[in-house]
Ligand binder design. Sequence first.
Ligand code: AMP
Ligand code: ZN
Length: 113
Amino acid sequence: MVMGCLFCKIVALEIPADIVAESELSVAFNDISPQAPTHVLIVPKVHFQNAAELAYEQPDSIADLFQLAGEIAESRGLSGYRTVFNTGAEAGQSVFHAHLHLLGGRSLSWPPG
Ligand code: AMP
Ligand code: ZN
């Protein structure tokens, strides 16, 4: 756990979140500012700053995030969905604990803004 990390606190249940699914390695909860009818954040239980660091240090966790995303999408009957990692402030990362966004339930345009 990293001091001051919002998502570490959510994983530790120190800050409330709307948790929708969990696996051995990951926790999924609703984004507080949803950008689509389904907007879930899926985070590794162990702190890593971004997706690349996670992939190097705990590669099984990357697979686990996408498996959980697929399970949530299937359980909600989503016909399509988008999974996104923002890395770095320029790409819109605001919480520096790796997290996979799962967005769905509406039609999504491409390219993203
Ligand atoms: P990013 O900008 O890619 O780092 O994504 C961070 C996401 O965390 C944003 O979509 C925020 O809306 C979301 N967020 C911030 N605080 C909370 C919180 N307390 N509970 C759930 N989601 C949050
Ligand atoms: Zn953290």
